[in-house]
Design a protein around this ligand. Structure first.
Ligand SMILES: [Zn+2]
Length: 450
């Protein structure tokens, strides 16, 4: 009983898929490796051998960036606008405000400060239980819950109409770029954890903030080219290490572990699975001298920056904390609450110290602890007095914020000027320069319009 060509094609495609999905596991199991070798299917799928040539040089050359940018801009141009009905619904539910707030809350949460402010996503079931005997409060809670449900449904409709299709366009353009460059196919993900950034990169994965899919096409193309440059850097670093270890077409599990430990020592997140995928595409090829030099330089610059980031961490934490209080004192109009916290007899001294520094912190605590009487009687103040009170609290916070920003400046300057970031920013700018006339994503409006 013979099998025909198309069945073979389907079968080998399925096997290839399985090999791709489990390559790390297969490499780790001697029996599986042997069986695979015997089957003749051990030659892993290589994305673009002809393009890579005998030696691997820079992959994201200007012409490739141009092709990618034009491809993605073209896709985004052809996107239809969302319906007016959905647009109206989004405005009516205050969807943008909630999302802005969610981003700010996540930033605070991620900074390890986790101070209140999670009202919008609190599980209301426990509150219902607590409020059994209070019908009025229950009524308010029910309407809040209904509004939240409507908000979530609207968001889902919006994601389906805009975020999903735009993500698919990005995925398509990235796949075509991969085929033309010999880049290892990166994973693309939507992540809620980006601290307000457009996108980030680690471990062969580009993470996009959902917000970027409905802002401008330029931001999306720019961020994509930027993060794909980090991906290329990561791939070349891997290839450099493989060259140094004299790894041929097939790496052993021990070699993969050695490389993983090397990346870990450099604070560059790259998992054994990604390493296995990368080495599959490498297939024993070496870097050109130029690409090896570039890979070296980016390793050095990432190492320098990660050291600086560590040293900058206390400034960053102070900045996040100040931002939280400033947000509450201004938009949240909770200057009273802020003042009471700053003047609190137990937690006040440490808090003032962290926000304003040692000397200013002591002065500030003395001031706020003397003022707690005023803050406690806030409700009885005239509106003019309230305005003055709020302004004083805000002025203190803003002054400290300026100082915190000043202290972080050297870090941001070094980060922006570092070799690996300069490369990424340059590619991002180059990609953005190919934007067509109509460059705002056709979602009907932009984030700031809402
Ligand atoms: Zn970057």
């Amino acid at each position: 009983m013979g099998i025909n060509a198309s069945e073979i094609k389907i079968a080998s495609h399925l096997i290839e898929e399985a090999v791709d999905a489990t390559s790390a596991a297969i490499h780790a199991s001697p029996t599986a490796s042997r069986l695979l070798e015997a089957s003749g299917l051990h030659m892993p799928r290589i994305s673009a051998p002809a393009i890579l040539g005998e030696k691997v040089g820079s992959l994201l050359t200007p012409d490739k960036i141009k092709a990618f940018a034009e491809d993605l801009f073209g896709q985004l141009e052809r996107r239809p606008t969302i319906s007016h009905e959905l647009e109206d619904k989004l405005r009516a539910t205050g969807w943008n405000q909630s999302r802005k707030q969610a981003i700010a809350e996540r930033a605070i949460f991620k900074a390890g400060l986790n101070i209140d402010g999670l009202e919008g996503i609190k599980d209301t079931r426990t509150l219902y239980a607590e409020l059994k005997g209070a019908p009025a409060a229950r009524g308010a809670l029910t309407s809040f819950d209904n509004a939240r449900k409507e908000f979530l449904e609207t968001t889902a409709a919006y994601n389906k109409a805009v975020v999903g299709p735009v993500f698919a366009d990005t995925y398509g353009a990235t796949s075509r770029l991969v085929e033309q460059t010999g880049l290892v196919k990166p994973r693309l993900k939507i992540s809620n954890e980006l601290l307000g950034a457009d996108a980030s990169y680690s471990d062969f994965t580009v993470n996009y903030s959902p917000g970027i899919f409905d802002e401008s096409a330029v931001s999306l193309v720019k961020a994509s080219a930027h993060e794909l440059t980090h991906h290329e850097q990561n791939q070349l670093q891997l290839f450099l290490k493989a060259d140094q270890m004299d790894i041929g077409a097939q790496a052993t599990p021990e070699q993969i572990q050695t490389i993983a430990a090397w990346f870990k020592g450099l604070n560059i997140e790259t998992s054994p699975q990604s390493i296995a995928r990368g080495l599959t595409v490498r297939a024993g090829r070496h870097l050109t001298d130029e690409a090896a030099e570039r890979a070296h330089a980016t390793i050095q610059s990432m190492d320098d920056i990660s050291r600086m980031a560590e040293a900058n961490w206390p400034n960053r934490q102070r900045f996040q904390l100040l931002k939280h209080f400033e947000g509450r004192a201004s938009y949240g109009s909770d200057a009273q609450g802020v003042a009471l916290e700053l003047g609190h007899p137990l937690s006040g001294p440490a808090l003032n110290h962290q926000l304003f520094g040692l000397e200013r912190g002591a002065q500030s605590f003395a001031k706020y602890s003397q003022n707690t009487g005023v803050a406690e009687n806030y409700a009885s103040l005239s509106s003019k007095q309230k305005g003055q009170f709020n302004m004083n609290v805000l002025a203190d916070l803003n002054e400290a914020l300026e100082d915190a920003q000043l202290k972080m400046k050297p870090y941001f300057k070094a980060y922006r000027a570092s070799r690996h970031e300069s490369e990424a920013f340059a590619n991002g700018d180059l990609a953005a320069s190919f934007h067509p006339q109509q460059y705002i994503l056709k979602s009907g409006f932009t984030f700031d319009d809402l």
